[in-house]
Design a binder for this molecule. Structure first.
Ligand code: PHE
Length: 342
C-alpha cells in the first residue's frame, strides 16, 4: 500500500475509533498511539525519505492534514466528554436555596446549674460572696480543720474516695468554709456551691457525685435566730411559696449546736414516695453554729466572733424543684431528659 493510502486509511479508522470511544482514557490512548511523539504518524514521517523527491511536498501536506484532522477530532470528543461530566455534576450537586434551614439547637444550662445560679443571685443580694474550692482536697481541709481528727467516727459517715498523698475527693463543700475564712477573715458572708463525691452505692436517691451549696456567716453575736431567718428566706426564694419545715438536732463535728432542717416533700406533699423514703420529709438543710475549733482553723478568734453554717443539698433541691424522682437522670447525659429544662 502506498504511503498516501496508508495515511488515508489511518485517518478514517482513527475517526471511527474516536467516534466510538466512551471514556477520556480511551481518547488519550488513541492520541498516544496515532499523533503521539512515538505514534504512527511520527513513524510515517520517517518514511518520507523513501518518497520520490517530487511527491514529498504533497505527502508532507497530507501528513499534516491527517494529523490535524485526528487532533481536532480528539479535541472535539474530549470537549464533549468534559461538558457531559460537568452536566452530570451540576445535576447531582445542587442546592435548594429556598429550602428551610436545618434547626439550630443551642446548648442549655443543666437543671442543677440553673438552681445554683438562681441561689447565687439570692445570696449575693443578701451580701454573700460566692467562693469555690478544689474538688481534690487535702485531708486537712476536708476533715481535720472541720474538727474531725483522724479516727473520729464522723469520718466513717462519709465514704471517702481516697487519693494518694493525703489527698481525697472532697466529700462535702465544708472545706471551703476554712478556705474562705483564711482568705477573707471576719466578718464574713460566703456561699460555696460545688461538686462533691462519696463512695456510695448508687440508687434513685444516692449518687457518688452530687452538688452541695455551702453557706457561712461569721459576725459578732450571731444566733440561731439569725440562722433561721436566712434559712427561711432561702427556702421561700427557692420554692416561691411557704414550705413546711422542721428542725431536728443533728450531729456534725463542725457545728455546735447542729441541726437537720427538713422540708416537707414537695413531690408527694408529705404523703410518702420513694424520694422521701415514704416519710413525707426530705432532709435538705443541715446547719448549725460554727464550732470554735473551726473558727480557729480559719484563723478567726472565737472569743470575738461566731457564726452559722449550712450545707444545702443542691442536687436534691433541683430534684424537688423540678419533680425529678431519680437522681441518676441528672448525670446520665440523656438528651430526652435534659431537653425538658431548656
Ligand atoms: N458538710 C455537711 C455534709 O455534707 C453538711 C453541713 C454543712 C452540716 C454545714 C452543717 C453545717 O454532710
Amino acid at each position: 500500500m502506498s504511503l498516501a493510502a496508508t495515511l488515508q486509511e489511518l485517518k478514517d479508522s482513527t475517526a471511527a475509533r474516536i467516534a466510538n470511544a466512551s471514556t477520556l482514557d480511551e481518547l488519550e490512548a488513541i492520541r498516544v498511539e496515532t499523533v503521539g511523539r512515538k505514534g504512527v504518524l511520527a513513524g510515517a514521517g520517517k518514511d518520507m525519505a523513501k518518497v520520490a523527491k517530487e511527491d514529498r511536498a504533497a505527502m508532507g501536506q497530507l501528513l499534516n492534514a491527517v494529523k490535524s484532522a485526528i487532533e481536532s477530532a480528539l479535541e472535539e470528543r474530549t470537549n464533549a466528554f468534559q461538558a457531559a461530566a460537568l452536566e452530570a455534576r451540576l445535576d447531582a450537586e445542587w442546592m435548594d436555596l429556598t429550602a428551610p434551614a436545618p434547626g439550630v439547637q443551642p446548648g442549655a444550662l443543666h437543671p442543677v446549674t440553673q438552681v445554683q445560679r438562681y441561689l447565687e443571685e439570692v445570696f449575693t443580694s443578701m451580701g454573700f460572696t460566692v467562693l469555690s474550692g478544689p474538688e481534690v482536697e487535702t485531708e486537712f481541709h476536708n476533715f481535720d480543720a472541720l474538727n474531725i481528727p483522724p479516727s473520729h467516727p464522723a469520718r466513717d459517715m462519709q465514704d471517702t474516695f481516697w487519693l494518694e498523698g493525703g489527698h481525697l475527693l472532697r466529700t462535702h463543700t465544708s472545706p471551703v468554709q476554712v478556705r474562705g475564712m483564711k482568705r477573707l477573715g471576719a466578718p464574713l458572708r460566703m456561699i460555696a456551691p460545688g461538686r462533691v463525691f462519696r463512695n456510695e452505692e448508687v440508687d434513685p436517691s444516692h449518687e457518688h457525685t452530687f452538688y452541695q451549696l455551702e453557706g457561712m456567716m461569721v459576725d459578732r453575736e450571731v444566733s440561731i435566730a439569725h440562722m433561721l431567718y436566712f434559712m427561711k428566706t432561702l427556702l421561700k426564694e427557692i420554692f416561691q411559696r411557704e414550705v413546711a419545715v422542721r428542725l431536728r438536732p443533728g450531729y456534725f463535728p463542725f457545728v455546735e449546736p447542729g441541726f437537720e432542717l427538713d422540708i416537707q416533700c414537695l413531690l408527694c406533699g408529705g404523703a410518702g414516695c420513694p424520694v422521701c423514703k415514704y416519710t413525707g420529709w426530705v432532709e435538705l438543710l443541715p446547719c448549725g453554729l460554727v464550732h470554735p475549733n473551726v473558727l480557729r482553723a480559719g484563723g478567726i478568734d472565737p472569743g470575738q466572733w461566731n457564726g452559722f453554717a449550712f450545707g444545702l443539698g443542691l442536687t436534691r433541691l433541683a430534684m424537688m424543684r423540678y419533680g425529678i424522682d431519680d437522681i441518676r437522670l441528672l448525670q446520665a447525659g440523656d438528651l430526652r431528659f435534659l431537653n425538658q429544662f431548656r
